[in-house]
Design a protein around this ligand. Structure first.
Ligand SMILES: [Zn+2]
Length: 459
């Protein structure tokens, strides 16, 4: 009986605190969304960012973006600093071509292709060879790749609801395709682009030669091209020849920057709530979704809190990480420096999943904190925020992972993300202003609530 009474009491208390939350926090959160959707300031900044062009680490445009956004953040009253980062320099060549033919002398049929980031070039006259298709990783030990071009054609599994899992299960062909193929004597490797739809845009991304006996040119065909090559192979009786040219080059590493912008906390300025995204992008598009959108989510969230006088108790630190795409060097440099300086992070919230409608978050945190964050759900559900998952959060903030840091990743709708990801289609025109700004306001709302209710790992 006593236990039942306690249960009823605690339920009543939970209801009461929720009712109070709705009354006091509801309008504050509503105002954040109202301002974001009305002013669309994040969308305007995204236009300015993408107008600079592709921001591949090591390029002048990447640095230009950092300098320009430092100016803007200075003018908004943030305390800004640049943090030096040494970045590797790799450049795509001006010409990338591919064609297949049924035997020598036969008609050549062109395919769209692009070098994977970090690949060595082909010989000037192109690389030519017989093609061997690999449709799953288990096949690797039974195919003869000696002197041939390996063609990894492993589609993203369409049955995953969250496309990031499909990406994760297929990305090995891109990351390690050159290693596995060269171990078996291949002279080159081409992969099927990691795209969730059939389209004619090749998608690039990072790759490795670590563990490879020698370096072979690695490139991605569009999904449409991969399907076509696969069909041609099936009808060729196994005598299909592929030739491709990529002109990429490695150069000496150079200096770039992380951009850090602080809004000092009102009560605990020595504790940091980090928010951010990566300011660099791949070179084929202008990184509007990846990760211009995430960077603008964070910048606009900070601006929303500031302009509505919702100053946090702890210092809100916005970080635009440099070079997430090509080795995470910015995030690693940030983590090293933060450790040396004894910076105490309590929360790190990253957005690097695109600018589509936000659906929720995923967290890396102790169970008690996860439960506290899940209790916020009724306040955010009116805005379509329903996912409160546990698992990864983000590649950049992962570098400062620790038991006493709550890691949070923004989780937008992912159905269209891999149609644009790392391709020439990742441009401003493919970002929807309302969807983007829902993300900005969502991040701001979480920051406000986490701060107000002190949802951190208690010492
Ligand atoms: Zn990204």
């Amino acid at each position: 009986m006593k236990r039942l009474l306690l249960l009823v009491l605690s339920l009543a208390c939970a209801d009461l605190s929720l009712a109070q939350n709705q009354e006091t926090d509801g309008p504050i959160i509503r105002n954040l969304y109202n301002q974001a959707l009305t002013q669309q300031q994040g969308y305007k900044w995204l236009k300015e960012l993408t107008d600079i062009g592709p921001r591949f680490a090591g390029t002048a445009q990447a640095n230009q973006a950092v300098f320009r956004f430092k100016e803007i953040l200075d003018s908004l009253g943030f305390e800004t600093q640049l943090q030096e980062v040494t970045v590797p320099v790799w450049q795509r060549g001006p010409q990338e071509t591919a064609a297949y033919s049924f035997g020598t002398g036969a008609l050549k049929i062109g395919l769209n292709i692009t070098a994977l980031g970090g690949s060595v070039p082909t010989p000037e006259e192109g690389l030519k060879g017989e093609v061997v298709e690999i449709t799953n990783f288990d096949q690797l030990d039974s195919v003869d790749l000696e002197g041939k071009i390996a063609f990894f054609n492993i589609p993203m599994d369409p049955t995953f609801i969250r496309t990031f899992y499909a990406y994760g299960s297929a990305v090995t062909q891109r990351w390690a395709g050159a290693v596995e193929a060269s171990k078996r004597g291949a002279i080159g490797v081409v992969i099927r682009s990691l795209s969730s739809s059939i389209n004619d845009y090749p998608h690039t991304g990072s790759m490795t030669y670590e563990g490879a006996p020698y370096k072979i040119p690695a490139a991605a065909l569009s999904t449409k091209g991969a399907e076509e090559l696969s069909k041609a192979l099936a009808t060729s009786g196994g005598s299909l020849r592929l030739e491709y040219t990529i002109q990429s080059a490695w150069q000496d590493s150079t200096t770039s920057y992380n951009l850090i912008a602080d809004l000092p906390g009102t009560e605990k300025p020595n504790e940091y709530v980090l928010i951010g995204g990566h300011i660099d992008s791949w070179d084929l598009g202008t990184g509007a979704h990846d990760d211009g959108a995430g960077s603008m989510h964070a910048m606009h969230a900070a601006h929303l809190l500031k302009s509505q006088n919702l100053g946090l108790k702890r210092t809100l630190r916005l970080v635009f990480f440099m070079n997430e795409e090509f080795g995470l060097t910015g995030a690693k440099a940030y983590a090293r420096q933060a450790k040396a300086d004894g910076i105490k992070h309590v929360i790190a919230f990253e957005s690097d999943g695109g600018g589509f409608s936000p659906r929720g978050i995923s967290m890396v945190a102790p169970d008690t904190v996860v439960a506290q964050i899940r209790a916020l759900r009724p306040l955010l559900e009116p805005y379509g925020i329903h996912r409160f998952g546990v698992g990864g959060a983000g590649a950049d903030i992962n570098q400062i992972a620790a038991e006493d840091v709550v890691l949070i990743g923004m989780r937008p709708d992912s159905h269209r993300y891999f149609e644009v990801h790392h391709s020439a289609r990742d441009v401003f025109e493919n970002v929807n202003a309302r969807e983007l700004e829902m993300g900005s306001a969502t991040m701001a709302a979480f920051l406000y609530l986490l701060d107000k209710y002190d949802i951190v790992v208690q010492p």
